[in-house]
Ligand binder design. Structure first.
Ligand code: COA
Length: 174
């Protein structure tokens, strides 16, 4: 696809061969210390490989965005929970590399993964987001996600508390 600034990326399914690139990407976003729940990606490439395998094996999916040079600059994953009463849901994780933000990539990725979720029989998407992450909250809201709750002071970083905002998107039969 062509981004709003004219750059090209390909959005495709992640495979276990993407483990190193995904790990580096998550690590770079985590180290910004503003958006994710970890401040670094502390796990190994092998653990990342197993995570990608497990997402698919459990009926979820994972997408990556790849540049024309072969670098991974965004990911979105949908993890299916195991508990019987939650099997119709999936939990979203996503991020775009700092140099590729605000040119429509996050929006495209989320639209594509919601379409894939439907074809996998998922009926509801869920996520948690830091209350300070106004860009992410805006994007989710503009794609139809609704606020479902707030857990006060569920996050703490460098001594400061933040709320956890829960959002959901119904994609099943209405
Ligand atoms: C959140 C994120 C995935 C969005 O992806 P993106 O490619 O930057 O988003 P897009 O360019 O598709 O859209 C960004 C939207 O946010 C808006 N926006 C930008 N900064 C904003 C801000 N501070 N407050 C509110 N909205 C903002 C843009 O105007 C745009 O909305 P519009 O299309 O209605 O004009 C990406 O910025 C990111 O990875 N951020 C860091 C990691 C992260 O937050 N992950 C999600 C954790 S829950």
């Amino acid at each position: 696809m062509t981004l709003n600034d004219g750059r090209e990326v390909t959005i495709r399914a992640a495979t276990e061969n993407d483990a190193f690139g995904v790990l580096m990407l998550i690590d770079s976003v985590a180290r910004e210390r503003l958006y994710l729940l970890n401040t670094e990606a502390y796990w190994t490439v092998e653990a990342q490989r197993e995570w990608i395998r497990a997402v698919h094996r459990n009926g979820g999916t994972m997408l990556v965005a790849e540049t024309t040079k072969g670098d991974l600059v965004a990911w979105a994953d949908l993890a299916r929970p195991h508990a019987a009463l939650t099997r119709h849901t999936a939990t979203l994780g996503t991020g775009v590399h700092v140099e590729w933000r605000e040119v429509g990539l996050g929006r495209a990725l989320l639209q594509e993964i919601a379409n894939e979720a439907r074809s996998l029989g998922i009926e509801k998407l869920e996520l948690h987001v830091r209350s300070t992450n106004s860009r992410a909250v805006h994007l989710y809201g503009s794609l139809g996600w609704t606020h479902e709750g707030v857990s006060a002071r569920s996050y703490k970083q460098d001594g400061a508390y933040e709320d956890r905002v829960q959002m959901g998107l119904w994609i099943g039969p209405t």
